[in-house]
Design a protein around this ligand. Sequence first.
Ligand SMILES: [Mg+2]
Length: 271
Amino acid sequence: MGLVSPAMGQPSRFKAFLVDVDGVLVKGGEPIPGAREALSELKRMGDVVILTNNSTRSRARTAELLQALRFPIEPEEVVTSSYIAARWLLERAGPSRVWIIGEEGLSEELKLAGHTLVPPQEAEWIVVGMDRTLTYAKLADALRALLSGARLLATNRDRTFPTPEGLIPGAGATVGAIEGMGFSPEAVVGKPSPTAFEIALRVAGAAPEETIMIGDRWETDIQGAKRAGLATALVLSGVSSATELSHLDPPPDLVAEDIGRLVRLLTERAR
Ligand SMILES: [Mg+2]
């Protein structure tokens, strides 16, 4: 498995690398073989920013978990959908009174960005993400707040989330439950949204045309990055498989079995 397209018009060297976590660096709670070495090599070649739709963790906690698996990553090199939601809200509406349906990482990033967490009846915004303690009572609170004029923001709508025990419902389950009550989010900011890539590029300090997104899920990682003007690399160590390749439109610029093999390809191109 090598180059799928000649990647015409792309630089032979990229300045920045946006790297997804699940299915690229980690699978079933374990590092993917060769991923640690590949990440170190990417850091020698340019700036690395981890870009994950996981809204349950803050940047700091994501870095901590990656460090525990011995990936060389610092919190300021991580962009999560919880961080993206907090920044988006700050830029659009200023510091806001928010209530969440989500987990620790979402509330942490909202507070760090200067927002105030309040009970649902006092919320200007409801920010929703993946929530493993989602209940009917939370949905009822959300409904009352929305009927009273609260606005709705979602971190992402990934349908499922991979764990060592198999797939569990993702943020899409929360968004879907609220949409089922007749309310749609004003924005869904995680991948594939352009907002996700804008914020990750800002953190990387790089322009789209000098950056490549490395991911395992075509619908979010590849489609979103292409629309944002980035080069893309699909690795087959996660959810997308080799049999799907001929159906993918737009196709990724590069395809490799895993990030280790991808980095070898990139190194050869840079020579
Ligand atoms: Mg992934």
